[in-house]
Design a binder for this molecule. Sequence first.
Ligand SMILES: *Cc1c(COP(=O)(O)O)cnc(C)c1O
Length: 390
Amino acid sequence: MIATDALMWITPRPDLVFVEGQGSWIVDQNGKRYLDFVQGWAVNSLGHSPAVIRDALAAQAGKLINPSPAFFNEPSVRLATLLTENSCFDRVFFTSSGAEANEGAIKLARKWGQKQRNGAYEIITLEDGFHGRSLATMSASGKPGWDTLFAPQVAGFPKARLNDLDSVASLIGPKTVAVMLEPVQGEAGVVPASIEFLRDLRQLTIDRGLLLIMDEVQTGMGRTGTLFAHEQADIQPDIMTLGKGIGGGVPLAALLAREEFCCFEAGDQGGTYNGNPLMTAVGVAVMETLLAPGFLAEVSAKASRLSEGLQTLSTEFNLPGERGSGLLRALLLPDDRGPGLVAAARALNPAGLLLNAPRPNLLRFMPALTVSDSEIEQMLGQLRGLLTAN
Ligand SMILES: *Cc1c(COP(=O)(O)O)cnc(C)c1O
């Protein structure tokens, strides 16, 4: 075993050190292979070490790694252009993590409130929502227990309930500037906002002069079968954040906004690595792959297969069902078997299976968008064996 004590302890981790990966497969220090349906928490959108990312990194590393964020660089301009050309947004600010992108969204909304809404600063967020691990984004999150962890919280994030428009409307007051939510609550257990709720919320925020901020860090970049999940509700948010899949595994995230809300003044926003060319060059490679003809249709076809397979298992084992959007799905369990199943899946031989249980009574599936039909079948077969034995 490799000694790991030099790393700060933050969470229990299995006694494994991963050394290589390719597509949907990852290999540990003993050479054991695992079929990966976690993919770095929905991050490796094109699977492990895809050629397009390796090539983009190598080419950019040999050309220019960092001119400083005080100057423009080619890949960041190119990626921002691809994002604005393919969304309802006009401007992009790049960060290294989803939490930072959300911090930027919160700052932009507060700045707009100062300028346009008499200093309004409250952002209504949702119970069980997840927006990151910085102090402000933890305060914006609705994860149980986080209101007292690292107290005092950052003020100004009253909590409404998902799919309950009245709970949002009743919180709106003179200090309200925005509503912020995930189109599918990932960490809460893959709970989708209904199309009707998203449409009504868009209308409500327009009627009340509030910004609508979509946290698409987990749902964006093709994960749900469209480039962005909000497209499925046919709405146009004012601000959106991206992370995870946008970098295909490298630290890259983004804050996007429509022109009329871009009100930062010099010095309001920045960051050493914002728009770093090494990372944005990877973002361009990922984005061009997603935009290739047929790619997103293929994601939807894979999602249907996964969904049908999970439904079949659910019926077979008398489970409460499955849910999700695209290749972000959950299989519901009647009890808290989740963590036990995750451990048993990892321990399978000769090939292990990586799954995740964000809540103990469900399993989450977030394979590479490039996962093959046979890999989906293999995972379902492994899962059938586990459900029989556990
Ligand atoms: C993962 C996630 C974040 C935080 O992103 P980091 O890169 O871990 O900071 C924010 N919002 C949502 C919806 C996420 O899933």
